[in-house]
Design a binder for this molecule. Structure first.
Ligand SMILES: CC(=O)SCCNC(=O)CCNC(=O)[C@H](O)C(C)(C)COP(=O)(O)OP(=O)(O)OC[C@H]1O[C@@H](n2cnc3c(N)ncnc32)[C@H](O)[C@@H]1OP(=O)(O)O
Ligand SMILES: O=C([O-])CC(=O)C(=O)O
Length: 475
């Protein structure tokens, strides 16, 4: 928000601005992703400013003691242009239900049955469904920008194999910060209104480089550094990534395209997106902001849950085999719960039904590998685990989330190394959190800094509120 322009807004002008919808400017301006953004950003900036000037004092929620002590769950607090989560229907990318977005994204590669993550990035950033040519343009941009600087690869190559692949990803992305165009421009005193252009450049470069960085981590940890780092200009982003992982099977590349689209964005309150936004709000560059975001994704209650699911399924299969009875499954789940552990891949902070990202992966599995024992087991557990969790009478959402399915699909296509799975999630999440970061800088979002309370301050607050309400209890 630009303070100097705040007071000069004319109400009638602002009202006109607010009546325009984001999709109104379909022509988008010049060709290419950046030109389209350059055309849209001033319009959205006026709208953002207009909302703040005209309605800034309106209340849209209430803060309770639970909000402060309960992880801010459910508080309507954050701004997010790229996607929005409905607790029952799941995520909408730019107003389009994920399932429909997957269906509509253009199929770019001949023979491919899935859209491309590059097209998804175009959708998330511009708010427009790309044509085939526009999705291809992003692919070509990323092919041009994909070379990773030697010093970064040298650092990755020097990592001990015992360092978790997610810790390696965080380190590699932080080290790329020295490439930042944003840092360079900031040092030269670039105008605040132009920050977004440099954040855009960094974000495009980071997305382009991620497959090589991620595949190098994989090959170093699991294949003694064997494997190519060459980018093939005939392949798209996912094709190159799979080739570098040594898994060039066409169906697997299609799975990766789908996977990268499904895991990209989940509005801005989840741990990885919020972290990227928070760190970016201090004007840390996109490489550092993304690195911080990945530190959050690496937690077992968030992205690492997909690794935990496979660990849990492996233990289950070792204990009761590939085709256990329902009773045996229920007993195994009970044992997990009695051991004080959560059932990984189940539950969600916001969703209250089966995660559509789980369903979309299951649909892929039914098409390509329905007889795989892991897939069959995950499909059966989808019915059984909720029955058990419901009986606890405390789990807000007993249904599977995105992480409950991905592992068995990766196993089917021979990507067996569980500790690597969250890196794939991270590569995908870059598309969403970096799109959000471009928009945060484009709209001039300020530094994030909520107020905190100590327990005695909270008690004082409660006593005062009780006094006002005529009660007189001690905290
Ligand atoms: C990409 C993603 O991040 S999707 C989420 C991935 N994470 C997982 O799959 C891990 C397993 N799930 C969980 O731990 C939780 O469901 C979370 C972290 C996702 C959400 O947490 P919350 O919003 O606190 O869930 P909720 O309000 O339902 O929690 C209420 C209680 O149910 C428990 N609970 C929630 N989910 C589960 C589960 N899958 N298994 C067992 N218990 C659970 C909580 O631990 C909590 O118990 P407590 O009161 O004794 O502390
Ligand atoms: O929305 C959340 O809190 C977690 C999640 O599913 C995601 O980030 O994909």
């Amino acid at each position: 928000m630009h303070k100097t322009t705040k007071c000069r807004c004319h109400k009638s002008f602002l009202k006109t601005v607010l009546s325009r919808s984001f999709a109104d400017c379909k022509d988008g301006g010049g060709k290419g992703l950046k030109a389209r953004l350059a055309k849209k950003i001033p319009i959205q900036r006026e709208k953002f400013l207009g909302i703040k000037c005209l309605h800034g004092n309106k209340s849209i929620g209430q803060i309770t003691v639970n909000s402060v002590m309960g992880g801010m769950r459910g508080l309507p607090l954050l701004f997010c242009e790229t996607s929005s989560l409905d607790k029952n229907k799941g995520i909408y990318y730019r107003g389009i239900l994920l399932k429909d977005a997957c269906a509509k994204l253009p199929r770019v590669k001949e023979g491919s049955q899935e859209g491309t993550p590059e097209g998804c990035f175009f959708l998330l950033t511009t708010g427009l469904m790309p044509s085939k040519e526009e999705a291809e343009e992003v692919t070509n941009e990323w092919l041009k920008r994909g070379t990773v600087p030697r010093y970064c690869l040298r650092m990755v190559d020097s990592m001990d194999k015992r360092v978790h692949p997610m810790a390696q990803l965080c380190a590699a992305c932080a080290c790329l910060s020295s490439q930042s165009k944003f840092v360079e421009a900031y040092r030269k005193g670039v105008r605040r209104a132009d920050y977004w252009e440099y954040v855009y450049e960094d974000s495009m470069n980071l997305c382009a480089m991620l497959p090589t960085v991620a595949a190098s981590i994989y090959n170093n940890v699991y294949h003694d550094g064997e494997g190519t780092r060459e980018i093939d200009p005939e392949q798209d982003w996912s094709g190159n990534f799979c080739r570098m992982l040594g898994l060039p099977d066409e169906d697997f590349i299609d799975l990766m395209r789908l996977y990268m689209i499904l895991h990209a964005d989940h509005e801005s309150g989840n741990v990885s997106a919020h972290t990227c936004h928070l760190v970016g709000s201090a004007l840390s560059d996109p490489f550092l902001s993304f690195s911080a975001s990945m530190c959050g994704l690496a937690g077992p209650l968030h992205g690492l849950a997909n690794q935990e699911v496979l660990v849990w399924l492996t233990k289950l299969r070792e204990a009761i085999g590939d085709e256990p009875t329902d009773e045996e499954l229920k007993n195994f789940i009970d044992k997990t719960l009695k051991g004080g552990q959560v059932v990984p891949g189940y539950g969600h902070a916001v969703l209250r039904d089966t995660d559509p990202r789980f369903v979309l992966q299951n649909e892929f599995a039914m098409k390509h590998c329905k007889d795989d024992p892991g897939v069959k087991l995950v499909t059966r557990l989808w019915k059984i685990i909720p029955e058990v969790l419901k009986k606890l009478n405390k789990v807000a959402n007993p249904y599977p989330n995105v992480d409950a399915h991905s592992g068995v699909l990766l196993q089917h296509y021979c990507l067996k190394e569980l500790q690597y799975y969250t890196v794939l999630f991270g590569v995908s999440r870059a598309l969403g959190v970096l799109s959000q970061l471009i928009w945060s800088r484009a709209l001039g979002a300020p530094i994030e800094r909520p107020k905190s309370f100590s327990s005695s301050e909270l008690c004082k607050f409660i006593q005062e509120a009780d006094k006002k309400a005529g009660k007189n209890k001690k905290c």
